[in-house]
Design a binder for this molecule. Structure first.
Ligand code: ASP
Length: 471
């Protein structure tokens, strides 16, 4: 007999079935044993009667054992029906139990919400935490969001292109993770802080409409709800103006909410727009919470923040890879708004130049941001000059971009969403770790794999690396 998924048992009342899964809850009542069995589709109550051939094994089983169970699906007696609960009106009368794997006593209980458990323990045993109903839902809904994104963008002629993980340092504003090269000792790859340069070069390459569910890696100090690696929905479009990019994204966000989260309400459509200046004056933040009713967890207040200053004076403790007095506020590859292009080319009124940057916000968090890019090499070169780069380092660091811009790069622009953050908000979770399958701690540790960790002397030698011992 074939395995039946627990969600389909309700259609088999009076018949026999085999289910496979984990023992979620077990109650030994002396003569009889009750077990709640769980698979990826849900939970069902099972009972082993005193005369069942399975009674001996049933008494031995413990929670989280992995079992194959066969039995008859019965309607529950009227008084035992649990309304509103999955399979609340049926139970399996077990005839046979095959133990597929025994389990040590789990370090925490999985059947109730693991949110109450110490987080380090949950992260150490993340594979157990993943079995929890709420965490499962988060991971499965994340999949649905990504699938909808892929389907919708495909329909609009976007192509998903993978870009390299072993790449070169990019000036996104954070510190790079670096990977030593064995073949070229003393040289390093950098892991991408975002696919920014590659996606722009895909526009030079005539792809025109690109997207990617992209891993981004930034070596930032642990601050708030951050992860050393996180996922972006990354988009770039050729021959696009600000309105075009905003329209594609707004449509996609609305479709995600209305298709997958019909119980949630979008406060205002089209999304309201607010300038950076107005946001700072009115809300003292550039990602204001626009909700009219903050008590309502199902209210989604999307909005766009636009008209950010392009440059700001360098503050003392900045990671940004700039070398002069000025730094960029968002993205060095952005183009100013058309009216301010002249200031950039003349390198004047730097503090007044407004960039084409647009950020999309949701309930007080920034969930994405992008811009129209400087696609003409002279304009991009001006930005790097303003940022204080010497001619030579512009050439070594960005020569490939400038070169490409001399070889037929179309006007283009794009955006990237913080996908973890969006799913977190949609799933009503308090942090992004809840919606990532294998997150690291706030301090950047993977407690399950135990990383970062030391590597062998042999590996170090092959890489030509010596570790300085602390005195
Ligand atoms: N690469 C940018 C970021 O990661 C987003 C963009 O401008 O497309 O913030």
């Amino acid at each position: 007999m074939q395995r039946t998924y627990i969600k389909d048992l309700k259609n088999l009342v009076g018949k026999e079935a085999i289910i496979k899964g984990w023992v979620s809850v077990r109650r030994d009542q002396g003569k009889m044993v009750f077990m709640d069995m769980r698979d990826m589709t849900g939970i069902v109550q099972c009972v082993v009667l005193p005369d069942s051939p399975a009674i001996e094994i049933a008494k031995e089983t413990r929670t989280e054992w992995v079992l194959a169970i066969s039995g008859v699906i019965n309607k529950r007696p009227e008084k035992n029906i649990k309304a509103g609960v999955q399979n609340g009106d049926i139970e399996i009368e077990i005839k046979n139990i095959e133990v597929l794997n025994k389990t040590d006593t789990p370090p925490f209980e999985i059947s109730s919400d693991t949110k109450e458990i110490n987080e380090d323990t949950r992260l150490k045993y993340r594979y157990l935490d993943l079995r929890n109903e709420r965490v499962q839902k988060n991971i499965r809904m994340r999949h649905k969001v990504i699938k909808l994104i892929r389907n919708n963008l495909d329909k609009e002629n976007f192509v998903e292109v993978e870009t390299p993980l072993l790449t070169k340092s990019t000036p996104e504003g954070a510190r790079d993770y670096v990977v030593p090269s064995r073949l070229y000792k003393g040289e390093f790859y950098a892991l991408p802080q975002s696919p920014q340069q590659y996606k722009q070069l895909l526009m030079t390459g005539g792809i025109e409409k690109y997207f990617q569910i992209a891993k981004c890696l930034r070596d930032e100090d642990s601050r708030g709800d951050r992860q050393p690696e996180f996922t972006q929905l990354d988009i770039e479009m050729s021959f696009a103006e600000r309105e075009d990019v905003m329209e594609v994204n707004e449509k996609l966000l609305i479709s995600i909410v209305e298709t997958l989260y019909p119980n949630k309400k979008i406060q205002e459509k089209p999304f309201p727009r607010i300038s950076y200046k107005e946001a700072m004056e009115k809300y003292k933040t550039d990602r204001p919470d626009l909700r009219k009713d903050k008590e309502n967890p199902d209210l989604l207040a999307f909005g766009w923040v636009i008209d950010f200053p392009f440059f700001e004076k360098v503050k003392t403790s900045t990671n940004k890879q700039t070398q002069g007095e000025w730094t960029f506020t968002h993205n060095p590859f952005s183009r100013p708004i058309p009216e301010h292009m002249d200031h950039l080319m003349k390198k004047e009124k730097l503090g007044d130049i407004i960039t084409s940057q647009y950020d999309v916000i949701l309930n007080g968090l920034e969930i994405g941001g992008g811009s129209i890019r400087n696609h003409q090499y002279k304009a991009l070169q001006k930005v790097f000059e303003i940022l204080g780069y010497e001619k030579e380092s512009i050439e070594t660091d960005f020569g490939h971009m400038l070169q490409a811009f001399k070889l037929g790069t179309p006007p283009h622009g794009g955006i990237a969403w913080g996908l973890d953050r969006l799913v977190m908000l949609l799933q009503d979770e308090p942090n992004i770790r809840e919606v990532i399958a294998f997150p690291k701690t706030g301090e950047g540790k993977d407690l399950m794999m135990n990383s970062p960790s030391k590597i062998s002397e042999k590996q170090l030698k092959e890489l030509g690396i010596k570790i300085e011992k602390k005195k």
